[in-house]
Write a protein that binds this ligand. Sequence first.
Ligand code: CP3
Length: 349
Amino acid sequence: MSEIKPVKPLLEALDGRVQSIPPVWLMRQAGRYLPEYQALRKRAGGFLKLCFTPELAAEATLQPVRRFGFDAAILFSDILVIPQALGQQVEFADGEGPRLEALADPASIERLRLQIEPAALAPVYETIRLVKQVLPPAVGLIGFCGAPWTVATYMVAGRAMEGQVPARRLALEDAATFGKLIDRLVTGSIEYLVQQFRAGVDAVQIFDTWAGVLGPHEFERWCIAPVQQICHGVRAQCPGARIIGFPRGAGTALSRYVEQVPVQAVSLDWTIDRSFARSQIPQIMTIQGNLDPMVLLAGGSALDREVEDILHCFADRPFIFNLGHGILPDTPVGHVERMLRRIRGADRA
Ligand code: CP3
């Protein structure tokens, strides 16, 4: 008897099929806006403890899917597990975000491992296996990593910093040393994503949150080239691997990104003009996005209007509804429900 595979709307969209109701998930859908996440986070103690305890990370992954019926779950982890697996110390101070031991000189970059420590990330793969066992069959599972440029900005500065100045400066003053860091991140990210696919994810997203601070030449070198290498490296081991790119803030450089980076889908931030995106992104490439997280937080008629505009603008394209960046912690849960009713037709005339 042949196995009947249930249709996953997420994969339909990634494979280029237009759907009357687009699949929907939200970046950072597991997080502090959910009371059940707050409770789980308290139970786990530290944030990294939550990431590295498979039973708890699986629960965090499933919470938003259970509550809202999203079409995809995203693995609960963080982009900064890769620096840790390369030998850098990473901590999350409560309410302050990440703290890393900054890579202040070339020697500290040379000291990083050339490959990721496999045992360090084993709990993440175990989380994927646990989620797969219980995820409803129509729901897709998305893995992820940070793009090398974005991860490097945290590694060099040791923390989030206005304008990502330390990494930008190092990339210009000592491109050879900075390139060694990027190379390690490319190699590590390929291995990490391949293992995520082997553990069972349906697709992965590469988050380049800080792509927008780069000038055109730097964008080519530190955003486009490394993500290209990751796509090729992953597909050499997992043919046909589905990859979503998110070059946040790319602006007009979006054209070059979609021309040169072989992703199936591109996730748009909310500052991109939707008709510009339509004209620049080839019809075969799936579009994801791009509701302004502040509009979701604000709710009301601004939310209704914006959801309608997005649905209308991308109705004739393979499309995944999402935010233009992560959900804000103060977002009322009721606004997410309102958005979903509108996308799925319950509130539409
Ligand atoms: O729900 C999901 O989207 C899956 C999990 C996920 C997290 N981080 C959990 C998280 C994903 C995909 C990320 C990606 C991530 N992490 C990015 C890229 C996307 C983006 O949002 O820009 C970046 C830059 C990071 C690094 C990071 N992690 C920062 C700067 C911070 C502190 C700021 C903040 O939002 O708290 C984190 C912490 C973090 N990662 C939290 C969560 C749920 C909050 C931690 C907590 O519980 O206090």
